[in-house]
Design a protein around this ligand. Structure first.
Ligand SMILES: Cc1cc2nc3c(=O)[nH]c(=O)nc-3n(C[C@H](O)[C@H](O)[C@H](O)COP(=O)(O)O)c2cc1C
Length: 357
């Protein structure tokens, strides 16, 4: 039976401390990412929806603030992405009319493209040469991994089940994030439907540990030293933490989102397809309730783009009821205002034994 070994992960990623700031697609901040990297962990930045220019600008902004290793995160195409038909589009827009009205906009016409092509994003990431590229929604192909390795970039995959972790390890990634059903944000399952891949972290981590030989990073519901200690006891070599860092003032979350993190009880978040067309964990606010009840959710990425029209304005207007309030089941444990305090709390949970080579 193996417990975790911090060194296994820190050596692989070139960092000092086995604490990873989760990437937040659409909500990462340069300040928070750079801060965690400066502290010796791995700051990650979510590039969901970013085109090549924006990736270049972001990587440059990160380099201005830190010369420590950082990670960039992309969503792999799964082949299940589909633009809504005209009828699906009209029905989805119909259910959102009160939400568009609430932020003061007309229903939008479909865009020319919903997302930048993966290859364009990937090439910009290669050019940016982060220490780490983390990926969700699949196993990167051998050419992708080789191209990253050629530039000295470590590749991290993400698994929601033991089978996915094995597929990633067999595919040649350098480390795997094992993400339990407690986690905030999207369920990034790729072998079975997300609804059939809801394994809790307590069950997932030791089974992934036993099944693969690459470093394992535990994610989901870890928000203080107790969660970190438990993850290492279960066999993780490091942790990836989202919600607790999202609560810190250096994050891009607005006050409404921070309040939701503080106030949502452990049973209060839900897994829903309402906001993006893919299963994701967040607070069940007015937007979620409205879209779930109407039952006309467009496929991903159309649904995500459509809700993005009112979500962006709701964020600026401080209307939490109309945002995607992604948060995990341990959200009420998030109590620090400063990312440095969150980091110190997490580091306190790394067992001494795990620090030995
Ligand atoms: C707002 C938000 C956006 C997220 N976006 C991404 C993403 O784009 N890519 C990714 O790998 N994980 C994403 N995640 C999931 C995190 O990487 C992480 O697995 C999760 O937050 C861990 O659970 P916790 O919040 O309970 O710590 C996101 C999480 C949040 C809160």
């Amino acid at each position: 039976m193996q417990t975790g070994s911090a060194d296994r992960l820190t050596r692989t990623l070139g960092i000092d401390v086995p604490v990873v700031l989760a990437p937040f697609g659409g909500l990462s901040s340069v300040e928070l990412t750079a801060r965690v990297s400066e502290l010796g962990g791995l700051g990650s930045y979510g590039l969901y929806g970013y085109d090549a220019d924006r990736i270049r600008t972001t990587a440059h902004a990160l380099r201005v603030q830190t010369d420590r290793p950082f990670g960039l995160n992309l969503w792999l195409p799964t082949g299940t992405e589909r633009d809504a038909t005209a009828d699906e589009y009209a029905r989805a827009v119909g259910t959102m009319l009160p939400l568009f009205a609430e932020v003061g906009i007309e229903p939008p016409a479909p865009p020319e493209r919903y997302l930048p092509p993966f290859q364009e994003q990937f090439e910009a990431v290669l050019e940016a040469r982060p220490a780490v590229l983390s990926l969700v929604f699949g196993v990167p192909d051998a050419r992708t991994i080789e191209a990253a390795h050629d530039r000295g970039i470590a590749v991290v995959g993400t698994a929601t089940t033991v089978d996915e972790a094995v597929a990633l390890a067999d595919g040649g990634v350098d480390a795997v994030v094992a993400t339990g059903a407690e986690a905030a944000g999207h369920r990034v399952s790729f072998l079975q439907p997300a609804e059939h891949s809801l394994v809790g972290l307590m069950a997932l981590v030791p089974q992934v540990r036993d099944a693969v030989h690459i470093p394992v990073i535990a994610a989901g519901g870890i928000a203080d030293r107790r969660g970190v200690a438990a993850a290492f006891a279960l066999g993780a070599d490091g942790v990836q933490v989202g919600t607790a860092f999202l609560h810190a003032r250096q994050s891009a979350a607005n006050d409404a989102h921070r309040r939701a993190i503080e106030e949502t009880p452990a049973h209060g978040s839900v897994l829903t397809r309402a906001m993006s067309g893919r299963l994701s964990r967040g607070a069940r606010n007015l937007a979620v309730r409205t879209l779930e009840e109407a039952d006309a959710i467009a496929p991903f990425p159309t649904q995500n783009w459509l809700t993005g029209r009112f979500r962006a304005l709701a964020g600026q207007q401080g209307k939490g009821e109309l945002q995607s309030l992604w948060l995990g089941q341990a959200s009420r444990l998030a109590r620090f205002d400063d990312a440095g305090d969150v980091f110190a709390e997490l580091v306190a949970g790394i067992p001494n034994a795990a620090r030995r080579p």
